[in-house]
Design a protein around this ligand. Sequence first.
Ligand code: HEM
Length: 470
Amino acid sequence: MADPQGRGGRQLDGSVMRVSSRGGAGRGPHVAFVAAALLFALLGGLLLALALPIDALARGSTGGRWTAYAQVHGHLQTVGFVGLFIVGMAYRLLPGFAGFTRLRFPGLVWPSFWLLTGGVLARTIGQSVATSAPFAAMMAGGAAAEAAGAVLVAVNIAPMSWHAARAGRPFALFFLAGTGWFVLQAVLGAIWLAQLAAIRGTVLAQDRDGLLVFLQLFGFHLMFILGVGIRSFPVLFAAHPATMRRALAAWAPVQVGIAMLVIGALVEAWRAGRGWVAEDAGAALAGVGLVMAVSLTGWWRAPTRVRPASRPFTYTLQPAMAWLAVAGCLLSAFALDGLVRGGAPTAAQWDAVRHVVAIGVVLMTIVGMAQLIVPELATERLAGRQGAWRGIAFGVALSLAVVLRSFPRLLPVQLQGTWVYWGMAVAALTAIVVLALLAFYFARGVRNLPDGAATTGERHERPGPPREDW
Ligand code: HEM
């Protein structure tokens, strides 16, 4: 039947048929995005997360190239791991969420994949040795490729999200904002890394670096997570779906807060005066908005609308949303503390709230959601293979990692011994084990799922009541 608007073909998980840029044949680009994301984390970002504290313990200091490698770790995690995962799944899910059957520009999917993966690789390999000209050029080229990739992503995601927002779908507000902040951090990163390359530097100045990291975690990752959370979690937890008005009431303070923080940080970066006031006020406002937004997901309710095979994974998502509420409160509290002290939040405060978000919210949501929405993992669940222990164990283990990684540095310096770094190393090992297990299940799913099933929409489950899963 003719389908002029391109609607229909919706799957249980909100994905649709024919998202593949290859016209439905093959496994679908999401497999490449998820595989690359897992490789960036396991062979790059998380290995560095383990190496950094071990190096600090062995040498008794964090001097030398430590800071450059810390920035490389952050970038591998925020853009290489989380960024690729989010983009790959957004390509797969957004058409279904927005009421279309496919992306508007499927031909841009693979170029964006190569620009982002190549860009992250070049930037992170180049940065720590950018004292030599070829590597400095590699770092700057990588950042430029990432910016081009981010623009291609936006070309597909932004108009579709805009259409869905105008049609009154609250999730789209968050996708739209997330796409905008993603592009902004990529463009700023390209400019600042080109300047760093020109002086053969290996460490981005703290104010610039802090702003990029803030945009990546709070502007990009959290907006997509909240978009999915506001759309799908009320179904899981039998809560009332968010109305556009309530979603806007939470969305607006977050965006205004982020914008104020960006302006304040840019003012600080240009040494033009009291930018910290805007930074603090923006962070305080964004924190309040985040708490309001997460309250729209209904995460604290029992997952009664979830079939038993899927229920364990909600036990990973619930702590993730609880950590998001904690992160919002911490962000506001640190910002208010800064206003009282007369400065921006301290490095230790930023480090703590960053890792509450990075491990507690972002990593945990990816681990939980992947098993619900990535077809290669979902088929395994629907075949009844996974143990019920997994969701609870992942939630508990990663919560422990949050505590070990995020809070010790907030203690008075005299109480911080070497155990701060031991705690970090244990947190890194925990995250590696959890993600390695996820990668193993994913690889097994890729091997077992018939080629093309993920993109042609072939179902691997017994039919059940509609919208039961999420
Ligand atoms: C699981 C255990 C983890 C450990 C032990 C760890 C360790 C570290 C360390 C030691 C630093 C440097 C802090 C400093 O400069 O003083 C750092 C920074 C950072 N980490 Fe992690 N990390 C972990 C997980 C993650 C995850 C999952 C993400 C993101 C999803 C992440 C994102 C970042 C970012 C963005 C920075 C800031 C980098 C910069 O300064 O540019 N980390 N981490």
